[in-house]
Write a protein that binds this ligand. Sequence first.
Ligand code: G4P
Ligand code: NA
Ligand code: NA
Length: 194
Amino acid sequence: MKLLQDKVLNEGIVLSDQVLKVDSFLNHQMDPVLMKEVGKEFARLFAGEGITKVLTIESSGIAPAIMAALELEVPMIFARKQKSLTLREDIYVEKVYSFTKQQSNDVTVSKKFLFPNDKVLIIDDFLAHGEAALGLARIVEQAGASVAGIGIVIEKSFQSGAQRIKEAGYRVESLVRIASLDGGQVSFVTEDVH
Ligand code: G4P
Ligand code: NA
Ligand code: NA
């Protein structure tokens, strides 16, 4: 998505070879006009999949997810992150490890909101090692529902997430794919360069 690539080039700050800061439009201040276009693009990419719900994880996934859900005219659910939980009957729980933060969270969704006939589009802001996306996919599977696909705003293609998601058999669509952040420079995956 050219618009998003331009935003990354103009406003993204390369913090290290591994981390891109985008707090001016996605992770702190949010750009609603850009998010609306992001939502439209996800809706276009996954049109015809019969999606009944959009699922993300708090907090930065919520903006792109609600915009996609608005376009698709389906509900959006955001999974909650909790430190550690005692066993509960009314929620689906998956443990998600963050390589970036080097800690695990219990990720939860109420059983009230996912059903076996649901076709779920999973959305997240970043794809790094895929832990969050795969955790959300396991929650969908726990509910007996199906994963229609995984939509990512910014994929770091030099980390393992996209590969792991494909190996798990899911369709992944990333609006921006970053091949490298080496030397303080953002390089996109070659086939995406306009
Ligand atoms: P993974 O799920 O793909 O394995 O990623 P990881 O655990 O490494 O990511 C942990 C958190 O860091 C996630 O946010 C993720 O969105 C974010 N993240 C990962 N790589 C980058 C990056 O290069 N730049 C930025 N800006 N964020 C990155 P989170 O902790 O869930 O926080 P939030 O959703 O509340 O913002
Ligand atoms: Na984030
Ligand atoms: Na996120």
